[in-house]
Write a protein that binds this ligand. Structure first.
Ligand code: PLP
Length: 440
């Protein structure tokens, strides 16, 4: 069958399809992707040519092994030969059971009970529901607010939106509609160094004042992603753990972006050596192949819920525990953890290689007018500008280098697949630097 012209497809796209944070009809055409392999996506341009772009975004943190990985392709194909989907109410299957066992084994102790959700936002909804229901079951239904710090991002459904950054954040238009939460200041910038005692006093003060109405504290550990790509010292997580214990408040870590090695530890909480009561993972869970996330909780939370007058966790999406997604998630975790399957390198070595490549490759950007800050942690590299990014100019400059980026606000950043070869990584760094220069 003849392929429709790129223009024809884009015209339909513009008038029919909403894209993330998009207008209807769309103001800017997206790129038409026709395939993806290794660390590259292939795009069809309106002039009839095709172009390959290195994906510096790992499809928003998820494609940590790149695209069309033979091991992951095989996992999906193999599972497809058995069943693509089956309802999870009253039925179960081996991929979901084995995935739960693997997550429980890898997650910080004592997280061990696993809810398989179908997106990151839904896993946050489930995490919040777990905490609210826990206190309700214990006869303290007044404990139903959340404390978070400013500058966060936890997703696009209603509870996640209520704990996103309330000011500069993407969901400020919903102020007055969302549940009212308690906001601490964002933690001071910088991964290195000792935590500020003044900031911990600020947290302690808020916890002291609001503990009676707080179900949980929810934060992104170590890296605040879509809220501003900021890094903070792990010591604040330890302080939060202590404050939560002292004030009888649960602690949720949102590891949806940071989980599975992105910050140099399997889970970012490991930098602090503390475990939350509930932890959410998503994105890289399936290596970016299929939509699945998970909320893990401790026996304390699960037992609390089961003591209530409604002793079940009342949540059960149609596609819960999807076998294709669970199979590829298992394969992705195995691929991450098995150096033999990764050409001999551990994932830690791969992420450390990406980190040092980003440090060296992005350092020259410090000298570019209009660049306010350059920061790198694990497989994450960020250029922060003094002014908002000129999206069109920045993406065009990166594309001239053969690299796909998706800047936002004043940030041009990358979190490339862990398997990105050295020369491609160098191109990613040049592309980011040139994108920053193009905004001046
Ligand atoms: N939490 C964090 C830290 C995220 O970065 C995201 C997505 O960017 C989410 C939650 C929401 O996940 P999803 O987009 O899968 O709903």
């Amino acid at each position: 069958m003849e392929e429709p012209a790129v223009d024809t497809l884009l015209e339909l796209d513009r008038t029919l399809l909403w894209h993330p944070y998009g207008a209807m009809p769309a103001a800017l055409d997206p790129l038409l992707v026709t395939g993806a392999s290794g660390v590259r996506i292939e795009v069809a341009l309106p002039d009839g040519t095709r172009s390959e772009l290195i994906d510096a975004m790992s499809s928003w943190w998820s494609a940590i092994h790149g695209y069309r990985h033979p091991v992951l392709d095989a996992a999906v194909r193999d599972q497809l030969g058995r069943m693509a989907h089956v309802m999870f109410g009253g039925l179960t299957h081996r991929p979901a059971i084995e995935l739960a066992a693997r997550l429980a084994q890898l997650a910080p102790e004592p997280l061990r009970h696993v809810f398989l959700a179908d997106s990151g936002s839904v896993s946050i909804e489930v995490a919040v529901k777990m905490c609210l229901q826990y206190w309700r079951s214990l006869g303290r239904p007044g404990k139903r607010r959340l404390l978070t710090w400013r500058g966060g991002y936890h997703g696009d459904t209603f509870h996640p939106m209520s704990v996103c950054d309330p000011d500069g954040g993407m969901h400020s238009l919903w102020r007055g509609v969302l549940p009212e939460q308690v906001f601490a200041e964002a933690p001071p910038d910088g991964f290195e160094g000792e935590p500020s005692s003044a900031y911990i006093t600020h947290l302690a003060d808020l916890m002291h004042r609001h503990a009676h109405e707080l179900a949980a504290v929810i934060v992104e550990p170590v890296v605040q992603g879509a809220g501003g790509m900021r890094f903070h010292a792990p010591g604040y997580l330890k302080a939060l753990r202590e404050l939560c214990d002292e004030h009888d408040v649960l602690l949720i870590f949102d590891e949806i972006a940071t989980g599975f090695g992105r910050t140099g530890r399997l889970f970012a909480a490991e930098h602090a050596g503390v475990a939350p009561d509930v932890m959410c993972v998503g994105k890289a869970l399936t290596g970016g192949y299929l939509t699945m996330a998970a909320a893990l909780c401790t026996p304390r939370v699960a037992e609390g819920i089961s003591r209530g007058d409604v002793p079940v966790l009342a949540h059960g999406p149609t596609f819960m525990g999807n076998p294709l997604a669970a199979s590829v998630a298992l394969a992705s975790i195995d691929l991450l953890l098995d150096p033999a399957a990764r050409g001999g390198a551990t994932w830690q070595a791969d992420v450390a290689r990406i980190e040092s490549g980003l440090r060296a490759g992005l350092a020259p950007a410090r000298g570019i007018p209009g660049v306010k800050d350059v920061r790198v942690l694990g497989g994450i590299g960020v250029l922060q500008l003094e002014r908002p990014v000129d999206m069109a100019a920045a993406t065009a400059a990166a594309m001239r280098r053969g690299v796909w980026i998706r800047p936002f606000r004043d940030l041009i950043y990358t979190m490339p697949p862990y398997v990105t070869p050295q020369d491609d990584l160098a191109r990613v760094c040049e592309a980011l630097t040139e994108a920053a220069a193009a905004c001046h």
